[in-house]
Design a protein around this ligand. Sequence first.
Ligand SMILES: [Ca+2]
Ligand SMILES: [Ca+2]
Length: 135
Amino acid sequence: MFKLLPVPTADDKAEYRLVTGDNAEFDREEVDRYRVTVICVDRGTPPLSTNGSLEVLVEDVNDNEPRLSRHHYVFRVAENSGRSTEIGTITAEDSDLGPNGSVSFSLEPQDAESSDSDAFQVDPETGVITVEAGL
Ligand SMILES: [Ca+2]
Ligand SMILES: [Ca+2]
């Protein structure tokens, strides 16, 4: 995933840049950190060495859309149900991190016939659907 490239320096210090490998692909949702051992060997006889460790943290990009727990929900509600009657809950998952993985819900009419969308409301945070106007 990584390789070291030597950086030319004026003095006799050794300096290397850590760069991503040629075929490196990062997906935070699969692996969110890498631990790499750095080995440093001199050119003496016999050669002496030391090692250290470095850690690379993979930052999140919003590359996953939210997924509803179902594509099609059917809820039932009794006629004459009053305002704030709870009908059901919709849930969703988003595997990204922080705001990239935080979802909210809203309702909009699907066609002209069911355009009376004011009859229901959804809590943007919890996904709980309630009766807004009495049925
Ligand atoms: Ca997302
Ligand atoms: Ca992501």
